[in-house]
Ligand binder design. Structure first.
Ligand code: GLV
Ligand code: GLV
Length: 352
């Protein structure tokens, strides 16, 4: 088999044990984002599988190219797959893999970090210290936001959203209000049980409520974190009108996908409301930021690193390679009990 890997990856277990035995692995070691032409060239005339990245447009054209080169599988090193035309892949008979599960806690922890960084003005205060501006303690300096007992809002209560919400709610005794097309009974049960434990301990209880609308979450929450997938129905789910519904001193966190937020509208809103705070891991037009975003003191930005821990990135790369190996050899795919690492589940028959 010939497998193309479009980027340097983390860990090498995936390469040695999963692929090298019977695959020729052609890996691009450049950190540059590959163009469509370069991807076409990398696939060449014979390619059985590709391990690719979320920065690459795996649309109908590239799927067609992969198929004509004898391809059987495209494996995304990400849980999100808005860069992949799954319908096109399925039409061409190509399996599409992703990397759910291994990044759940890591990504949720980044959302927690951004929530605190934004709410307690960590980055602004750090810059202040380094600039030598600290002349002595004042009661008035860098007033931020207390989370204890406040309301946490989720847009999307799947794997990552749930872990984020439980971490914040259990840690800071916050109530949860969430919007999701599905009721998350497991999350609701965990919150109820934690709530009664807190009651027994004489501590502030916590609660959870599923909202009927996005608006309801935005109006009531002190922190709103986005954990929904990006598709046509969620693009700009946070726009100017919806930003206006939020509390003027709310915190908005996005570790999902940039286009969930109308970034230009967000810049406007942050200019008008200096107490509104934002933590962003993802951007509408990566690697660019909307004009003005970078100079706003009430915004904390990091470069799409929510899943960036050694453990998780090794896990993602391993899972991405395992997905390719499983399809090529017709072996059962690796998966946790409730997590299927195939977006279009092509080999359901082969699964254990
Ligand atoms: C990262 O953004 C991912 O989807 O895994
Ligand atoms: C602050 O440092 C305090 O002692 O309250």
């Amino acid at each position: 088999y010939r497998v193309v890997v479009t980027k340097p990856l983390v860990g090498d277990v995936w390469l040695e044990t999963l692929l090298r035995a019977d695959c020729r692995v052609d890996q691009c070691l450049s950190e540059r984002i590959l163009s469509r032409a370069e991807l076409r060239e990398a696939i060449g005339s014979h390619c059985d599988g590709v391990i690719g990245q979320l920065t690459e447009p795996w649309d109908d054209e590239l799927m067609r190219v992969l198929k004509s080169a004898g391809g059987k599988v495209y494996s995304n090193v990400a849980v999100g797959y808005d860069n992949v035309d799954v319908a096109a892949a399925t039409r061409h008979g190509l399996a599409v893999g992703n990397t759910p599960g291994v990044l759940t806690e890591t990504t949720a922890e980044m959302a927690v970090a951004l929530t605190f960084a934004a709410g307690r003005r960590i980055v602004e205060a750090d810059a202040f210290m380094r600039a030598g501006k600290y002349k002595g303690w004042l009661p008035t300096m860098f007033l931020g936001k207390l989370f204890y007992g406040k309301t946490l809002g989720l847009i999307g209560a799947g794997r990552i959203g749930s872990v984020f919400a439980l971490t914040m709610a259990r840690g800071c005794h916050m109530d949860i209000v969430y919007y999701d097309q599905f009721q998350n009974e497991q999350l609701e049960r965990k919150v109820r049980e934690t709530g009664s434990l807190y009651q027994q301990l004489g501590e502030r209880s916590i609660s959870i409520r599923r909202a009927d609308t996005v608006e309801e979450v935005l109006e009531t929450a002190d922190v709103v974190s986005l954990h929904t997938i990006l598709d046509a129905s969620t693009r700009h789910i946070i726009n100017a009108e919806r930003l206006r519904l939020m509390k003027k001193d709310a915190i908005l966190v996005n570790c999902g996908r940039g286009p969930l937020i109308d970034e230009r509208a967000l810049v406007q809103h942050c200019r008008q409301h200096p107490d509104f705070r934002v933590g962003l891991d993802v951007f509408e037009n990566e690697p660019q930021m909307a004009p003005g975003l970078a100079s706003l003191p009430n915004v904390v930005v990091v470069p799409h690193i929510a899943s960036a821990t050694v453990w998780t990135r090794t896990g993602m790369c391993t899972l991405a390679a395992a997905n390719v190996a499983a399809i090529l050899r017709g072996e059962p795919v690796w998966n946790q009990p409730d997590v299927l690492p195939f977006v279009n589940a092509p080999s359901v028959d082969a699964m254990p």
